[in-house]
Every structure is written in C-alpha cells, then in structure tokens.
Write a protein that binds this ligand. Structure first.
Ligand code: URA
Length: 187
C-alpha cells in the first residue's frame, strides 16, 4: 500500500471499527516529529487527550515532559502516540478487541516514521508491542531487538503519579534511552 500521513489520519479520524468511536470527542492520532529516531507509545487517551486530540497533555503528560526535559530529549524531537486512538470510558484498560481493531494505525505510523527506538510507556503498551507476558517491574529499561528497531519499556507516568518512589528508576531508564539515541545517531 502506498500510504501517506494524510490518508492515515483521515482513516483514523473516520474509524468506526470499535465502540469507542461512539464516545470519542477527538481521535487522538499522535503528535511530534514524523522523522523521529524515537517513538513513545502509551496506552490510550484520557479525558484531556480526548478533549484536545493530543496525546499526553494531562497530568501524566506533564510528568512525561519533565522526564524528557531532565534527560535533554526535546518533546518536539520525538513522536508520541498510543495503542488506542480513542478514549476508553472512565479510563479503563483497553479491551483486547479494541487493541486488535486499532493496532494497524500504529503499525502504519511505525512504517512511515521508521524509528530506530520505540519506548513503551507502561505495561499495556509493552504487553502489546514487546511480549504478552511482559513484567514491567522486572523488565522496564531492558532492550529488545525487533526487526529494524530496538524496543524498551518504562513505567507509565500515571503510575509514577500514584507511586512516586519509582521515579528514580524512571530517571535511570530515561537516561539509558537518551544514551542509546546518542549512540545510534553517531553510527
Ligand atoms: N495515558 C496514555 O497512555 N496516553 C495518553 O495519551 C495519556 C495518558
């Protein structure tokens, strides 16, 4: 298929493949640098994202911004998207059928961006993109090789809001991600 950003966005915004289309205000397609070396993938939009159409703009997003700033990764240099493009009611976990219906949009985004590194934000994204039995407490910060890219997972910023003691581990993981990007750039 000869894909384009325009076609992909239009397909996403008109999607009715699952029930979430009935309750969405906006389809949260993704934002950032379409030539990014790094793609961050969260779980699903929350209330603020549904209202604005932009991923990670609520409290969890602000915390993600702080970690990006701390390790000197400009937010505008990366691309940020989610597994689901529409908000699940009451922010419940995505259903497997919703992920199945939506994942092709992310695949098409990956094909267009061709990132060198993918960072899963949280367990749900890691279970979908790395392996179904991914254990976030044990395996965050571990690198996996998949096709043409390296993939890792970090704690979801919303989890860090609930459990701030894990912020130190998050900072270490983010530093490793920054180092990896810098090494890849030099090659
Ligand atoms: N949580 C996510 O996983 N994605 C968002 O865009 C916002 C919060």
């Amino acid at each position: 298929m000869n894909d384009s950003w325009e076609k992909l966005r239009a397909d996403c915004e008109s999607c009715t493949a699952c029930e979430l289309c009935k309750t969405r205000t906006n389809c949260v397609f993704g934002t950032g640098n379409i030539d990014a070396d790094v793609l961050f993938v969260g779980e699903a939009p929350g209330d603020n994202e549904d209202k604005t159409g932009i991923p990670f703009v609520g409290r969890a997003g602000k915390l993600l911004d702080q970690f990006l700033f701390a390790v000197d990764i400009p937010r505008e240099s990366v691309y940020i998207a989610n597994i689901l493009k529409c908000r699940p009611p009451q922010n419940r976990d995505p259903l497997p059928a919703e992920e199945d219906a939506c994942i092709e949009f992310l695949r098409r985004q990956v094909k267009l961006i061709r990132p060198k590194v993918i960072v899963c934000l949280g367990r749900i994204s890691a279970m979908r993109l790395i392996k179904p039995d991914f254990k976030i407490t044990k395996e965050h910060g571990v690198w996996f090789e998949k096709g043409n890219f390296l993939i890792t997972a970090v704690y979801h910023p919303a989890l860090l809001l609930r459990d701030p003691r894990r912020k130190e581990e998050m900072l270490e993981d983010m530093k490793k991600i920054k180092q990896k990007i810098d090494t890849i750039k030099k090659q």
